[in-house]
Design a protein around this ligand. Structure first.
Ligand code: ATP
Length: 376
């Protein structure tokens, strides 16, 4: 028996592989100043072809500025942006390959739905019949096949945003940019449309960047999230990485609910003292006695028990607030000066007979305390 011949990669294959593995979009050392105000500081980011990436952060953190830089609407002051291997840093928007959807829909009020979508399909490449076909295809993709002759004012907000999406996708751009596309819509439409956008994006395979300040939205639809604060990137990661392993106190506090606990490292190793209370935090084992740490714990990791069944090391805490959220009940608790959030299932809630003023034994599992050492 002869061994199979080893597969030899041709130069052409190698070049194709290099192109496939190279990031589609590269943001290199990008900075942006408005007068003396620094809106972006040395931002570096790589986005692969077909990824859905969200820029997430509080108001004013620079996410729209970064998106506008990528679109060429407001080029960066310093740094470089590459798309598909081409330096686009200073190209005008018209010479770039992207479609964009704004929060405000930005449809032409005097054009019908079909005319709005057809707007960018001009020139020799789009003879009338092909243009009509493409518009029909786009209308069906966004579920508006029966709305073609209407004017934007005759549509709901969600429908208008679907038109804007169809218009942005009309030319089959390599990059789809979404600037808070859902924030003007009510909660139910918003949730529905974000899933539609995600499945459409996956079907078309178009590389997409969405700006949002809504963390649930970012966690729900993204391949990766870029968390920004004060003009910088704090962390880039999958939703699970961002939620389970936040890279900084800012990310831990901004993404998802959590309780923040300031503490000092004590002895023996692994013990910390927070507001006079002793807690176990495995992650502090290597730290020096006296080091200051900031810890976070997610509500779903806080354990509650009746006082009579208190596990060793549990804190005594009083319920100060209740929020019934359907799948979970969120409890606000006070353990001395510590304020904690706990999330329990409705069944557990009923069994505990938790009510404002009731006292419980609270345990913070050491493996779930997210610990950050304060800069000295
Ligand atoms: P939001 O969610 O509120 O839109 P954002 O993270 O998108 O916030 P940007 O719009 O990127 O924030 O703005 C970042 C900072 O840059 C803000 O402090 C803003 O005031 C400032 N800024 C943005 N555009 C300009 C401009 N044209 N001139 C001066 N300052 C600007």
């Amino acid at each position: 028996m002869t061994a199979p011949a080893p597969e030899i990669e041709t130069l052409e294959d190698a070049a194709r592989r290099a192109r496939r593995d190279a990031p589609y979009l590269e943001v290199q050392e990008v900075g942006k100043q408005f007068g003396s105000f620094v809106a972006l500081r040395r931002v570096n980011l790589e986005i692969r072809s077909g990824e859905f990436v969200t820029f997430l952060g509080p108001s004013g953190c620079g996410k729209t500025t970064l998106l506008r830089g990528i679109a060429g609407l407001d080029p960066p002051t310093t740094g470089r942006i590459m798309q598909g291997g081409r330096d686009i840093t200073h190209l005008p928007p018209a010479e770039r390959d992207f479609g964009i959807v704004f929060q405000s829909y930005a449809l032409f009020p005097n054009l019908t739905v079909a005319e709005n979508i057809a707007y960018g399909l001009r020139g020799a490449a789009w003879p009338k019949a092909r243009r009509r076909e493409r518009v029909a295809e786009l209308l069906s993709i966004v579920g508006l096949a029966d709305q073609a002759p209407k004017y934007p004012a005759q549509l709901s907000g969600g429908q208008q945003q679907r038109v804007a999406l169809a218009r942005a996708l009309a030319n089959e751009p390599g990059l789809l940019l979404l600037d808070e596309p859902l924030s003007a819509l009510d909660a139910i439409v918003r949730q529905h449309l974000r899933q539609e956008i995600r499945s459409l994006q996956q079907r078309l395979g178009v590389t997409t960047i969405m700006v949002t300040h809504d963390q649930e939205e970012a966690l729900g639809v993204s391949d990766r999230i870029v968390v920004m604060s004060r003009g910088r990137i704090e962390q880039v990661g999958t939703p699970a990485e961002i939620y389970d392993n936040p890279a900084s106190p800012f990310v831990a506090g901004f993404v998802g609910h959590s309780s923040r606990i300031e503490a000092v490292v004590d002895t023996p190793p692994g013990i910390i003292i927070a507001s006079g209370m002793k807690l176990v935090a495995e992650a502090t084992r290597p730290l020096l006695y006296g080091a200051r740490v900031t810890c976070f714990i997610r509500p779903e990791h806080v354990r509650l028990a009746r006082l009579a069944e208190a596990p060793e090391g549990a804190l005594s805490a009083v319920v100060t607030g209740l929020e019934y959220l359907g799948p979970v009940v969120r409890l606000s608790l006070e353990a001395g000066p510590l304020r904690l959030l706990a999330a329990v299932s409705p069944g557990e809630f009923a069994a505990l007979e938790a009510a404002p003023g009731a006292a419980f034994a609270v345990t913070l599992p050491p493996e779930h305390l997210m610990v950050f050492v304060e800069d000295v």
